[in-house]
Design a binder for this molecule. Structure first.
Ligand code: SF4
Ligand code: SF4
Length: 626
């Protein structure tokens, strides 16, 4: 049984923020959840998927975030409560649907979780999606802890139904991945079947209907503003002439800092959780009560700008400080020490800088080894990169490599160095079209299997139709590996009870009009090199499908690790070809007895048997020997 279904109401459990959101959705009676996995949002979908196997709700890993939101919208239109979760950049993909869904409105409560990533722990940008809520005109809640993530998810479903609007729950990595104590409520019973009631003159956004719908949306925003005024998530705490405003995890840092600095009696703290529309009357009361204000928020000056505009419109002259004055940066996530320092300076408090935690190297007594993000040992992507590299070398051609989002983005680093340009999901194919058209160079684009279904299909159709010239290498490892091995439409290797119908990726490629097509197992070097040479040398749109499952996924699914290991014989010629072209992380150089030697770490070697095909000095290791 999933951990999310365990426990009695009133019990307290340790949950990740993401698990708290999933549990709250179950307590709210969510009937359908859809996601495209992406850190920091992935565990919301993963936990709900586990629960869906009990039949309590319908869950799907959608092809992309727009699809996920649209599936959720359909369920909501039939009266079901629905949840769509995604990382922040996913909302860009879903934005087209979101903008008009705000006009169409919802029937069953619909919650859109946007998991933002300040400091870009695993993302290509650090956009602040609070601006999306304002842009779309939908209510937004911003939790600061796992418990509040749970409370706000429950409230978001109710608010969505009360207003007939989707509600955005905007989290950040620090909330998604913090583990905290969460109180359990009652799980809702499985929902009855939904029913869609036709109302085309409200629900079909042709221009005449949409004009009315836009007016309705603005009226709903006014009602939402009134609800924000009395929301328990917007609180005025403490008293004193100094004002501080914060939302999200920054509010938790401020609360701790006020306590530690003993400032509760000097500071009036406006802690905002319902942050679109803003409670303007509450904020105006706060502004008229204090002598100066500090706004503490990560990323964009969303609250700060709104407060300054509100103060101007209400004739209030209280100074409002924050990012505009450089007290805080618009870059990266905050931490408690930073917030405490700025708060102390703002309040003119003597402040002792907190003792920095000892560095890990200090605790260990030796420096930590550097570990750049790299493809795992035994990764089939590395083998395919190697074959393409050798094919280009042998043909005497320089390649340009637009790449995409996934494990293979790590092809960026030496010695592979096979990622030259990257924007977003699916962009490898489309940017390859422009690059090759403009430069006439040999363009080899890389995309993963999940990403191909997410955002690659339209680009490939475009490339074929407009007669572009590019080689697309689809690196198919049979799963969405980077976010935790979630399935996608092309998967064939799944748990026995996985209900998805596999879609034949090769047939899709051919169906999009691609006539030059190769399929290889990249771990079979001769075969993949021959195909790579043909594919590189050809002209027009051609696709090389490199299929071999992610070894970590196979190990996880089958519950065992491969036993084969490889070693380098003592008389290795040290030409360094394997290091400089392949760079498997299991290989390393040691200087023993003043003699340099190349070795393979038996604990890291995944036994893929690729390197053994490249060099006679690499051989299977005898059992028990390194
Ligand atoms: S193992 Fe083979 S390829 Fe690697 S350095 Fe030695 S001789 Fe060269
Ligand atoms: S067999 Fe060779 S390439 Fe494969 S993981 Fe082991 S050392 Fe790396």
């Amino acid at each position: 049984m999933s951990e999310l279904l365990a426990g009695q109401p009133g019990e307290r459990r340790l949950f990740l923020g993401n698990e708290a959101i999933a549990r709250a959705a179950l307590e709210a009676g969510v009937a359908l959840a859809a996601c495209y996995p992406g850190t920091p949002s992935s565990e919301i979908g993963d936990r709900l998927y586990e629960v869906s196997r009990t039949g309590r709700l319908v869950f799907e890993y959608s092809t992309n975030e727009k699809v996920a939101l649209e599936v959720a919208a359909g369920a909501s239109a039939a009266g079901w409560r629905a949840l769509a979760s995604m990382k922040h950049v996913g909302v860009n993909v879903a934005a087209d649907a979101l903008m008009t869904l705000a006009y169409v409105g919802v029937k069953g409560g619909l919650v859109l979780v946007s998991a933002d990533d300040p400091s870009l722990f695993s993302s290509q940008n650090e956009q602040d999606n609070r601006l999306y809520a304002r842009f779309a005109g939908i209510p937004m809640l911003e939790p600061e802890s796992p418990q509040e993530a749970k409370d706000m998810t429950l409230a978001a479903f109710a608010l969505s139904e009360e207003l007939g609007l989707p509600v955005m729950l905007r989290t950040t990595t620090r909330v998604n991945h913090t583990r905290g104590v969460v109180s359990l409520g009652e799980l809702a019973p499985p929902p009855p079947p939904g029913r869609f009631v036709k109302d085309p003159f409200s629900l079909v956004m042709v221009p005449a209907v949409a004009r009315q719908a836009h007016a309705r949306l603005l009226a709903k925003q006014e009602r939402a503003r009134a609800l924000a005024e009395s929301s328990p998530f917007n609180r005025l705490l403490g008293s004193g002439p100094l004002g501080v405003v914060a939302s999200g995890v920054a509010a938790a840092y401020v609360a701790d800092a006020l306590l530690e600095l003993g400032l509760q009696d000097r500071v009036t703290f406006l802690r905002l959780g319902f942050t679109y529309p803003l409670p303007e009357d509450l904020i105006a009361r706060f502004l008229s009560r204090v002598d100066k204000v500090l706004v503490v928020e990560e990323l964009e000056p969303y609250l700060e700008d709104a407060l300054k505009a509100l103060a101007q419109s209400r004739g209030l002259t209280v100074p409002i400080r924050g990012k505009g004055e450089g007290l805080f940066s618009r870059l990266y996530e905050f931490h408690p020490g930073l917030v405490r320092r700025v708060l102390a300076e703002f309040c003119q408090m003597p402040h002792e800088a907190p003792q920095p935690l000892p560095a890990a190297a200090e605790l260990l007594g030796r420096p930590l080894p550097e570990r750049p993000p790299i493809l795992c040992p035994g990764c089939p992507h590395r083998a395919m990169y190697y074959a393409i590299k050798i094919a280009l070398r042998d043909l005497g051609v320089e390649g340009v490599f637009p790449t995409d989002i996934g494990c293979y983005t790590l092809g960026l680093l030496p010695p592979l160095s096979m990622a030259d340009y990257l924007i977003c999901m699916g962009s490898s194919i489309t940017t390859a079209c422009g690059l090759s058209r403009a430069s006439g160079q040999k363009v080899v684009a890389f995309i993963g299997d999940s990403t191909f279904f997410h955002g690659g299909l339209t680009g490939l159709a475009n490339a074929v139709h407009n007669r572009h010239d590019l080689l697309l290498v689809i690196l198919d490892n049979g799963t969405t590996a980077m976010t935790g091995h979630q399935p996608h439409p092309g998967v064939t290797l799944t748990p026995p009870d996985y209900p998805g119908q596999p879609v034949d990726l090769a047939a899709v490629v051919r169906g999009l009009g691609v006539t030059q097509f190769w399929r290889v197992n990249p771990l079979k070097y001769k075969e993949s090199l021959a195909a790579a040479k043909e594919a590189v040398a050809a002209q027009g749109v051609r696709v090389l499908l490199a299929q071999s499952p992610c070894p970590l996924y196979v190990a996880r699914l089958k519950g065992k690790r491969p036993t084969a290991r490889f070693q380098i014989s003592g008389d290795c010629g040290e030409c360094r070809h394997c290091l400089e072209y392949l760079g498997c992380p299991a290989m390393y150089v040691t200087e023993a007895e003043s003699r340099r030697q190349l070795l393979i770490d038996p604990d890291l070697c995944a036994g893929c048997a690729f390197c053994v095909q490249l060099c006679d000095h690499i051989r299977p290791a005898k059992r028990g020997k390194s």
